[in-house]
Design a protein. Structure first.
Length: 307
């Protein structure tokens, strides 16, 4: 898509990646500065190190917001550096296909529920896990509202960075799109930090499956759907536990038993989505570079059916 819809130049993916990285850093700094200003206005307390104390929900909101801001960063990099419609990062149609996204969400819903259910049924890891104490109605509702408001953008942002930008940036240099799948999956796992070998493997598998779905369905919708619901279920559950949102554990801390539950369910989701994509004739290819130009959202010149 970077080659078919964007301006020529082998250097553009490199420059664009630098812009995405720099933009992500600027977004993080902006959120931190905004937090400091808000903390001063609201007269929030500080800990012994001089850091503002927002509590689990507040700190989670700031972290999610800083990640969510990567979406406009990626879209602007595509537009400014590669000189292509920003929507071509989303799919081969030049826009996010909302009906297809809705169908993928319907498929991901029971899968994500089963993943959460499986994690609760498994025995606690050695050394014990976090004690599950009801957070209380008010903290739970505030935490849940925060999660529901920001997690969809945070999870989608990770897909735009890894399955969207990085896959297309690497893919612009190779004839086969499959060469781009592995680097983004490894970087995706590394971005979550090093927890356990099982957790790293699980994240790499998720990245590989999400990359496969992105190529085979021609867009980010399938990967976004599973990522969003996985995070919503997990973080929504943590919001119900006292101190749950204060935990710094991620999927990188997964143990071997959870890996055995998670991977088959993720693969099952991919199989169902690919089946539905074939049945519905979901478009997986854009225009050939020789045709020059690319249809903007809403154009009727592009061949194929868009769900």
């Amino acid at each position: 898509m970077a080659r078919a819809a964007g301006a020529a130049g082998w250097w553009r993916p490199l420059l664009g990646t630098a812009v995405v990285l720099g933009g992500a850093i600027i977004a993080t700094v902006a959120v931190l500065v905004g937090g400091e200003i808000a903390g001063a206005v609201l007269d929030r307390p500080r800990d012994a190190g001089g850091n503002l104390v927002w509590g689990g929900t507040g700190d989670t909101a700031l972290a999610l917001l800083s990640l969510a801001l990567c979406i406009p960063v990626v879209l602007l990099a595509a537009r400014w550096v590669q000189r292509r419609p920003a929507g071509t990062v989303s799919s081969v149609t030049g826009a996010l296909r909302w009906r297809w996204l809705g169908l993928c969400l319907a498929v991901a819903l029971p899968v994500s529920g089963a993943i959460l259910g499986g994690s609760l049924l498994l025995p606690a890891p050695e050394g014990g896990g976090q004690e599950m104490t009801w957070a209380g109605l008010s903290p739970f509702l505030i935490g849940l509202a925060t999660v529901c408001l920001l997690v969809p953008f945070q999870a989608a942002a990770e897909e735009y960075v890894f399955r969207g930008w990085l896959s297309q940036a690497v893919g612009a240099w190779f004839r086969s799109p499959w060469v781009a799948v592995t680097p983004q999956a490894v970087l995706f796992a590394a971005a979550h930090g090093w927890g356990t070998p099982w957790g790293f493997v699980d994240l790499v598998v998720f990245g590989l499956v999400a990359g496969l779905l992105t190529i085979r369905t021609g867009g980010l919708e399938a990967a976004i759907a599973l990522h969003v619901l996985n995070n919503l279920f997990a973080m929504g559950f943590l919001a119900a536990i006292a101190g749950g949102l204060e935990s710094d554990e991620t999927a990188a801390d997964m143990d071997g038993l959870m890996l055995a539950v998670d991977v088959p369910l993720v693969v099952l989701y991919a199989a169902v989505v690919l089946y539905l994509a074939r049945r519905r004739g979901v478009r997986t290819r854009g225009l050939h570079p020789a045709e020059r130009g690319y249809p903007v959202p809403g154009a009727t010149t592009a061949p194929g059916r868009t769900p």
